[in-house]
Write a protein that binds this ligand. Structure first.
Ligand SMILES: O=C(O)CCC(=O)C(=O)O
Length: 259
């Protein structure tokens, strides 16, 4: 991947707002390779550690979710383990080193599509510490009509709330009655552009009203030093981790390191 400059202003924007949009991050060739890989994994069946939405048709209306694809598909591995996106993540979160938590392909299918309700990511993850962020890469042009991401500026500073049920969601805004909720930032993106969002940022994506899938490749990074809290999760189940242990080793590779 070619270098993508990240300015101090963009870092400051992320720290203040909990997200940042970066345009034209992938070259046309990189985008094409990632789309090809995504379509291959979409057409394949994997076990339930990867096909996390497959058992629930209502969940699949929100998105078809395939997790940890870097472990099973070479094309996705090339993308998810690349150091350049990880270095952007490292600088945004301000860590000495970042590891991959997991990747996921999120596809909003056309037809009977539902919004991804307002939620934070971090309540789903079995971790101690809050230095995590996601890169949401558009594989298709996205806007409000097919489920682009939306973010509430500053909401990453409101702490960890209860996990939102993605199929029958609670109203997350009712959980922060004392906060002044700013208007959402609507992240309309060209394919090959992305957003980064903090693990505590409130975010949402509308339903897909078009007749084509909306494909997004998400890579999630955590600061080195993040600890496992012992709770069940599809990514850590069966890994033999004890509560309080470092999320480290080959399952969570270091992808970027500061000087
Ligand atoms: O792509 C979507 O519809 C939602 C994505 C999301 O919630 C995330 O990447 O954390």
């Amino acid at each position: 991947m070619t270098e993508h400059p990240l300015t101090e202003q963009q870092v400051a924007f992320f720290r203040q707002n909990g997200f940042v949009q970066l345009d034209n991050v992938l070259t046309p060739d990189e985008l094409e390779a990632l789309r090809r890989a995504a379509d291959e994994v979409l057409s394949q069946r994997y076990d339930t550690h990867i096909e996390t939405s497959a058992a629930n048709p209502e969940y699949q209306k929100v998105f078809v979710q395939k997790v940890n694809l870097w472990r099973v598909h070479e094309g996705i591995r090339q993308y998810s383990l690349n150091a350049r996106l990880a270095e952007i993540a490292r600088r945004l979160i301000g860590a000495q080193r970042v590891r991959l938590w997991h990747d996921q392909l999120l596809t909003k299918m056309p037809g009977d599509s539902k919004p991804s309700p307002w939620h934070q990511d971090r309540p789903y993850w079995p971790m101690i510490g809050y230095d995590q962020l996601s890169c949401w890469m558009a594989l298709d042009d996205v806007d409000e009509n097919n489920g682009c991401m939306q973010f509430i500026p500053g909401s990453h500073l409101w702490g960890e709330l209860e996990p939102i049920n993605l199929v029958t969601p609670q109203d997350i805004f009712a959980l922060v009655p004392d906060k002044e909720v700013r208007s959402p930032y609507v992240a309309r993106l060209k394919a090959g552009s992305c957003t980064f969002h903090h693990a505590l940022t409130f975010h949402y994506a509308g339903a897909n009203h078009t007749d084509r899938p909306r494909r997004a490749m998400v890579t999630i990074y955590m600061a080195d030093g993040t600890l496992y809290n012992g709770k069940p999760h599809v990514v850590t189940d069966g890994a033999g981790l004890q509560a309080g242990e470092l999320l480290a080793g080959d399952l969570f590779p270091v992808l970027a390191e500061g000087a």
